[in-house]
Design a protein around this ligand. Structure first.
Ligand SMILES: [Zn+2]
Length: 215
């Protein structure tokens, strides 16, 4: 069974373009192994690819994507924990220096939580997964008369902050953060505008990334 034509065409373009240009980098990475300094926790959303947004080359970003860019709190209970495993590898083996939680506008997962949708399947994996943002919703309080789009943006951003708190529940990571060896960051991508905002830890607000860089 062949891959979809779109993928074959894309691979052909990669092979003659980017691969040709970066062949030696790929060889180096294969020999020496990867050593990315930045981990990105992003959403599965097809519009929000961290490598595209940050113009990353091979070997630069260690990326974990899941529905709504969430990290469940530390819970060594013997269950399967994909995000925790990736985190353990990034922090313990790769020794990344930065962890960026990248949220975005128009997040379907966050909207599903906010609208309290009917489960899509008997397993209701999305409903269970999205319950991770309940603490963020609680902190925001009742939405009152706020327009839905404003509320969703606030919830998307509050959820990034909540995920950053969840990261602090991992004892080893917490120690590294306290020692200054690892820095946590929150970022938010506006899909329609392409604007990137970053969390200002002082104010707890998201401010334009470029303005923050210039400041
Ligand atoms: Zn999303």
């Amino acid at each position: 069974m062949s891959l979809p034509q779109r993928l074959l065409d894309g691979y052909a373009t990669f092979q003659s373009g980017r691969l040709a240009a970066e062949q030696s980098r790929y060889r180096d990475l294969a020999e020496r192994g990867q050593s990315p300094e930045i981990m990105v926790i992003g959403c599965c959303d097809s519009r929000v690819s961290p490598e595209v947004i940050f113009d990353a080359r091979p070997g630069e970003l260690f990326v974990v994507r899941n529905v709504a860019n969430l990290v469940p709190p530390y819970s060594p209970d013997g269950a399967y924990h994909g995000v925790s495993a990736a985190l353990e590898f990034a922090v313990g083996a790769l020794r990344v220096k930065h962890i960026v939680v990248l949220g975005h506008a128009h997040c379907g997962g966050v909207r599903a939580f906010a609208e309290d949708r009917e489960p899509l399947s008997p397993g209701d994996f999305i409903g269970k997964w999205m319950s991770l943002i309940a603490p963020a919703a609680e902190r925001l309080g009742p939405r009152g008369v706020m327009p839905p789009s404003d509320y969703l943006m606030r919830l998307e951003q509050a959820s990034i902050i909540n995920t950053l708190h969840n990261l602090l529940t991992f004892p080893r990571l917490r120690k590294l953060i306290e020692r200054g060896s690892v820095e946590l960051h929150g970022a938010y991508f506006g899909v329609a505008t392409g604007e990137l905002s970053v969390l200002d830890p002082e104010s707890g607000r998201f401010v334009p990334a470029i303005g923050a860089l210039r400041a």
